[in-house]
Design a binder for this molecule. Sequence first.
Ligand code: CP
Ligand code: NVA
Length: 305
Amino acid sequence: MTRHLTSLYDLNSNELQELLATAADLKSKYKSGERPQLLPGRVLAQLFEKPSLRTRNSFEAAIVNLGGAGIFLTTAEAGLNGRESLKDVATVLSSYSDVITMRTFSHQLIEQFAEFSSCPVINALSDERHPCQALTDLLTIQETRGELRGTHLVFVGDGNNVAMSLAIAAAMTGMKFTLAVPAGYEMPAAFLSDLTQRYPKADVDQVPDPKQAVTSADIVYTDVWASMGQEEDSERRKKAFGAFQVNADLMKLAPSDAKFMHDLPAKRGLEVTDEVMDGGQSIVYQQAENRMHIARGLFAWLLVK
Ligand code: CP
Ligand code: NVA
């Protein structure tokens, strides 16, 4: 059966650990100048309907430095704008490719595409999930703290795709996840009940007060207040999230060894200040670099038999 990664739910906890170990091993080889050509001649196709700096380019860099090559096309160029059916696009494109990454608005579109694809399909961000970001964040936290279990990740902001994927990641690895969120922007109740059904020991909660939430944080995490596609709602969101900015005053309430993370792109001056982004507790660039190491680990884990 073709394996896909549309959500972290496509992995079990052991597979997730295996994948992290593969990425960590390839990263340490990469740092000592070794680029094992594990996937010579393999083709990655990337199908995106939203912009991307990290995801698109880290995936392409990853396939190239494993010995393969990448093709990039927008969903419109691929014909998903009504030029032909989803089945026809997925069947044909997957016949040219060894792995496909997709960035879409609709999460269901990735799931439906995967059903017709003869090669693995990886979610490169949808409105509901961002699994490769969450995998990257796990690798980064593991590097920083030495372990995941017991880590308290406090996400200050919107209950969005990144927050939901981190909540799943936390449940799968024994981390505690707290979302500090204004009323009306929480993670959906149906998502939470599904999560606790799958992972009954999940330690996930949502609270209204960021100041209280960060007092026990090992990681303070934030993301944009308006995700791609929500630009028209930006002004309303700026008001709703005004008290949820991660700034030096908020970081002072967290333990002094707490780290700051952001998946990027950041809106400096809104959800986070320059002082925090560029401060000593910030690990955002290590996190961004790790997108590529996770991509290499993921390709190797999925495709090297
Ligand atoms: N973090 C992330 O997915 O960044 P891009 O939108 O630039 O890919
Ligand atoms: N929540 C953001 C993440 C960007 C990487 C968005 O969906 O736009």
